[in-house]
Write a protein that binds this ligand. Structure first.
Ligand code: HEM
Length: 394
């Protein structure tokens, strides 16, 4: 297998990682990525197959002890009870407790609220020139997930700050400063949710937190730490990637000059899937192998950690015609941007709805939208999203 040296924080790469991905795909779609010290898989089919293969998982294999970074003790206190980091019965139990709230049918019930939220946010933007990331893309998902859980909306800015500093831990080569910030945010976030849950016990409401509290009190199905971690996971996962998808989507539609004003419901659904394929918000996930095995003639050892470059799988010519092009009416086939298998994104129906409504409202209400400066992607590899999107609109 060939070895590749490609810094994930190199400026050119951050702005357009797809050039590198296509090169690797041309060379067979698998390499040893030196900067991560891992074998990395880029092909759509292979990644999909590994996501669904029970011989791989996110949790460390039995017998290998997790070495926690002491500086991140508060962060790991949350992570170790998060369904995203677990496998087997614990994962199924935690996922089972919240999955019902996120089914397509249940999510459709809040469709009108999200629609009104998008409309109101746009109405609030009075200036002709605005940053659509700050004033729109960031607001829709955070307010929606806060409402679903029952957290006061006024907390949105604080939730964004806590979440942004926590997810920075997933970047390559993080500094001590980033670690300290993430740990401090984890502590504050934990304490806030802890206090909130305790208050909610005496004042139940029709929200997801009350539902989780009932699960904790009634059947001992959920420990207190699991309850807190689940809330924090939903709040963090519930907006980070969606913000970037809305931002990347607006950019893709404007730069590719897609005529968005008289589109039908089905067209919007296709556009959302094309955005998720063409410029997804999350680019890399890892898996541990639970036994010695061979995938596409590549040997992987028990305990080995591998990278699945989902950002690249949308560029795979074996799966897509003309993958480098944004084709707004591309016939929809499943991409890997929400993962697959046991950890398939639990919030996918919500994310799809939010992205669709955010884009539809923007392009139906604003006749003229012009990008003012070339938008730059932020250096937050793993997450792929814009720093800002300054536009003129009316
Ligand atoms: C466009 C937006 C989103 C994208 C691209 C996305 C992507 C993903 C991916 C790829 C995974 C699987 C990770 C893995 O297998 O290692 C995942 C898991 C997850 N996502 Fe999302 N997500 C999005 C929005 C949301 C939203 C809105 C929620 C709201 C609650 C959410 C909640 C979760 C949760 C809880 C998991 C863990 C599921 C499990 O471990 O069983 N996501 N997401």
């Amino acid at each position: 297998m060939f070895k590749v040296d490609q810094s994930p924080v190199e400026k050119k790469f951050v702005q357009n990682p797809y050039v590198f991905y296509r090169e690797i795909l041309k060379e067979g779609g698998v390499c040893f990525w030196k900067n991560y010290n891992q074998k990395a898989f880029f092909k759509h089919e292979t990644i999909n197959k590994i996501f669904k293969d029970k011989r791989f998982g996110r949790e460390l294999p039995l017998g290998i002890e997790q070495i926690y970074d002491k500086e991140l003790s508060n962060f790991y206190r949350i992570e170790k009870n998060s369904m995203l980091e677990l496998e087997g019965p614990r994962h199924s139990r935690l996922r089972g407790l919240v999955i019902r709230a996120f089914t397509t049918k249940n999510i459709q019930r809040i469709s009108r609220d999200i629609d009104t939220l998008c409309h109101d946010l746009l109405h609030k933007i009075k200036d002709k020139e605005t940053d659509l990331i700050e004033n729109y893309a960031k607001q829709v998902p955070v307010i929606t997930i806060a409402r679903l859980l029952g957290i006061p909306e006024e907390m949105s800015d604080q939730l964004l700050k806590w979440s942004n500093t926590m997810v920075a831990v997933y970047q390559a080569d993080i500094s001590e400063h980033t670690k300290n910030l993430a740990n401090q945010s984890s502590k504050e976030f934990y304490e806030y949710i802890e206090k909130f849950v305790n208050e909610r016990r005496s004042k139940p409401a029709d929200d997801l937190i009350t539902h989780l509290i009932n699960a904790e009190e009634d059947n001992e199905m959920l420990s207190f730490d699991e309850l807190i971690s689940t809330c924090i996971l939903l709040l963090n996962a519930g907006h980070e990637a969606t913000v970037h998808t809305i931002g990347n989507g607006i950019k893709a539609l404007l730069t590719n000059k897609v005529e968005c004003r008289f589109l039908k419901e089905k067209d919007w659904q296709n556009i959302v899937e094309e955005i998720l394929r063409y410029d997804p918000p999350l680019h890399i996930f890892t898996r541990f192998a639970y036994e010695n095995l061979t995938i596409d003639n590549i040997e992987i050892s028990h305990g080995e950690k591998i990278s699945l470059v989902i950002g690249a799988s949308g560029q795979d010519q074996c799966r897509w015609d003309r993958p480098s092009e944004f084709i707004s009416n591309r016939p929809s086939i499943m991409h890997n941007s929400f993962g697959a298998g046991t950890h398939f994104c639990l919030g996918a129906p919500l994310a799809r709805l939010e992205v669709k409504l955010a884009l539809k409202n923007l392009f139906e209400n604003k006749k003229h939208i012009k990008i003012l400066q070339k938008p730059e992607y932020a250096d937050i590899y793993h997450f792929h999203g814009l720093k800002s999107l300054n536009v003129e609109m009316n």
